[in-house]
Structure formats: structure tokens, C-alpha cells
Design a protein around this ligand. Structure first.
Ligand SMILES: *Cc1c(COP(=O)(O)O)cnc(C)c1O
Length: 385
């Protein structure tokens, strides 16, 4: 049997082969809305760029390959990608989600989709008994993040997929935090993977994009239909930026993750830090489970300062690490989840899952590790005063 090409090779050669006319190694950017028919009833597979565009198709091909799916669809944002997946469901359906969900996803589910008659429930996806208990007659899918954002809780992808399979419901995984470089949920039994391509896949904080990858061609077809029918497609320019970003995703993640391990270890030993959340740390809950389904800890770290009052001083004192929302890019970023990325989750619910106002989230980039450690150390010194 022919060995499958690895994620690194697929990524480095993203878009190669997309240009049939001249063999351009870099996929061309097809900035066209429409395509001329050869004759009545006959076109070359493209008629209107909301339905298909060659640059977007090149990005979709590599996304499907990276996640090991049969089909991918690229969207104008991660939220558009998740919205398209939700068109698989109808009023009355129930979706069971990870209990520490990305704030924007929670907002979409609770503020936009609940009024349409979908209902959502939240469970610890690392506890198969809790998951099984919360699945009811109306449940149609599990929606999983692992590690979660920002508390780095680990879900059991194999068990969740097995439970979903037994009940004949879908298992959907938001793989944004890990990327296919570190974790490939479809290979562990999941049905659908979604991404905010804005993060690690794009990797340069220069585009907003999203993706859905399906293992079953029939589901892939439904997602493709939703992409065309709803219309939040990735533009040709952004599809090209995404292809360009994907080429280096494996080396970027390797370097960022190495930096993140150094930062996590430094923070864990610091007297002003109460708690550090990163799967690289020996005491991280379900660390073994994480490494049974992912090949690395990733580059996002959350930590709690000893005193909540020190948070603004710490954030303002950082110089190399930029105070900005988002994650997964080459630049290191810091955010305050409680008031920034997760502000749409009511404070009581934040508290219930352990998201405190003392929590700070770092997305570690590919800078020099000592520069990052020095910056964080000086900001912690200033935060103490
Ligand atoms: C950013 C993010 C999203 C939303 O993606 P956008 O590209 O910002 O729309 C969804 N899930 C996770 C885990 C994210 O980090």
C-alpha cells in the first residue's frame, strides 16, 4: 500500500498543481465573479464564484487533505464555517457542547440559533459518563473543543466519537487550537472538523477565514450546498493568503510550541502566578489523554495571576507580547478572556467553569524564546508594584 503523505509535506505543497494552464507552483488568484460558458449548457466546472472559485478550491483541497477528510469548504470566517455546519440541524434539535466554549461560538448558539428553535447544552467532554447522561432523544450532535479556550480542558475525542456513533448522531470538533499538525479528529472517528483559519492555519494575523472538513462525502455535499446557499465564502485573495500561510504551518507550530513550553515552565515557577494551564505541564488534568490524541501541547497558555488587581498592570507593561485578541499567529499575543474574547458569556457562567477575572491568555508566537521570557518577567515585576 502506498504510504500517505505526511501533514508537513501536504502543507508545504499547498496549492501546487492548482494551475492547469502554466504549471505555476504558487496557485493563481482568480479574481473573477463569473466564468464564460464554452457553449450553451457547457462550462468548465465554474460558473459563479460564490459556488466555486479555483483559488478557493485549491485551499479547500489542501484543507481536506490535511484533516484527512473527503471534502472541505472554506468560509469568510470561523463563525461562518460553524454557522454552515448548524444548517444541518432543524428546529427542535439539541446539540451537546463542550462546557468551556469559544465565546463567539457560545454567542452564535445562544443568541442567534436558540431563537430559531435549536437548543444547546454543555458538558465536560472529557467525562464520557457525563456526556452519555446529557444525550437525549432530540440530541443530534456533539460539538467539541479540545483543549478548550481558555481553560485548556481536554475532551476525549475517541470516546465522544464512539458515543456519537452508537447513538447515530454527529461528532463535530473545532480543531482550531491544535490544527491538523497536532491533532486529526477525523482519524479518531469524528464526522466533521471546523476551523477558524484566522488562527494557526493562516498564521500571520492577516486574514479572517474558516473551514469545514467532512469525512462522509454526503455531509461534505450538504456543507458545500450551505456554503453556496448562505454565501459566506472565502474571497480569492484570502484563499491565497491562507494557502500561503498553510505552507509553513508545521514549522510555525513546532517553533511556537517550543517557545510555549519554555513560557509555561517559567510561569509555573513564578511566585506571582497562581495557576498555569498548558498540556505540557506535568500536573495538567488529563494530560495523558491529551497526548493520546494529539502530538503536542500547542502554543496557547492561560494562567491566573495571584491578584486580579495586577492584571491591568501586567497587560500594560508587556512590550514584545502584543495586547490583542486572537491566537495562532507568528506574533505573541496576550488577552484577558473575561473582558475580551469571552465577554459575551455571563459572569456567573464564566465563574461556573472556572474562568476568573485573574485569568490571562497568551498565544505564543515564533519570536526568540529569551526575548519573550524577558518581556513576561519584566511585566510581572511591574505588575507586583
Ligand atoms: C477564533 C475562533 C473561532 C471563530 O473564528 P473567526 O475566524 O474569528 O470567526 C472559533 N473557534 C475557536 C476555537 C476560535 O479560536
Amino acid at each position: 500500500m502506498k504510504r500517505k503523505r505526511s501533514v508537513e509535506t501536504l502543507a508545504a505543497q499547498a496549492g501546487v498543481g492548482a494551475d492547469k494552464a502554466y504549471g505555476a507552483v504558487s496557485a493563481p488568484i482568480y479574481t473573477t465573479a463569473i466564468y464564460r460558458y464554452d457553449t450553451f449548457g457547457n462550462h468548465r466546472g465554474f460558473d459563479y464564484s460564490r459556488s466555486e472559485n479555483p483559488t478557493r478550491q485549491a485551499a479547500e483541497t489542501v484543507l481536506a487533505d490535511l484533516e484527512g477528510g473527503t471534502r472541505a469548504a472554506a468560509f469568510a470566517s470561523g463563525m461562518a464555517a460553524i454557522s454552515a455546519v448548524m444548517t444541518l440541524f432543524a428546529a427542535g434539535d439539541h446539540i451537546l457542547c463542550s462546557d468551556d466554549l469559544y465565546g463567539g461560538t457560545y454567542r452564535l448558539f445562544e443568541k442567534v440559533l436558540r431563537p430559531y428553535g435549536l437548543s444547546f447544552d454543555y458538558a465536560d467532554m472529557g467525562d464520557p459518563a457525563a456526556v452519555a447522561r446529557k444525550i437525549g432523544k432530540k440530541t443530534r450532535a456533539l460539538f467539541i473543543e479540545t483543549p478548550t479556550n481558555p481553560l485548556m480542558k481536554i475532551a476525549d475525542l475517541r470516546e465522544a466519537a464512539r458515543i456519537a456513533g452508537d447513538r447515530g448522531i454527529l461528532s463535530i470538533v473545532d480543531n482550531t487550537f491544535m490544527s491538523p499538525v497536532l491533532q486529526r479528529p477525523l482519524a479518531l472517528g469524528a464526522d466533521i472538523v471546523v476551523h477558524s483559519a484566522t488562527k494557526f492555519l493562516g498564521g500571520h494575523n492577516d486574514l479572517i477565514g474558516g473551514a469545514v472538513i467532512a469525512s462522509d462525502p454526503a455531509i461534505g455535499e450538504k456543507i458545500h450546498f450551505a456554503q453556496k446557499a448562505v454565501g459566506a465564502v472565502l474571497s480569492p485573495f484570502d484563499a491565497w493568503l491562507l494557502l500561503r500561510g498553510i505552507k509553513t504551518v508545521a514549522v510555525r507550530i513546532a517553533k511556537a510550541q517550543q517557545n510555549a513550553e519554555a513560557v509555561a515552565a517559567f510561569l509555573a515557577a513564578h511566585p506571582l502566578v497562581r495557576k498555569v494551564f498548558h498540556p505540557s505541564l506535568p500536573g495538567h488534568p488529563r494530560r495523558k489523554l491529551h497526548f493520546s490524541q494529539a502530538s503536542g501541547p500547542g502554543a496557547v497558555i492561560s494562567f491566573e495571576l495571584e491578584r486580579e488587581k495586577a492584571v491591568p498592570r501586567f497587560l500594560n507593561a508587556l512590550k514584545t507580547v502584543l495586547l490583542a485578541e486572537s491566537l495562532g499567529g507568528v506574533e505573541s499575543l496576550v488577552t484577558h478572556p473575561s473582558t475580551m474574547t469571552h465577554a459575551d458569556i455571563p459572569l456567573e457562567e464564566q465563574a461556573a467553569v472556572g474562568l476568573t477575572p485573574a485569568l490571562v491568555r497568551l498565544s505564543i508566537g515564533i519570536e526568540n524564546a529569551d526575548d519573550l521570557l524577558e518581556d513576561i518577567a519584566q511585566a510581572l515585576r511591574k505588575a507586583k508594584r
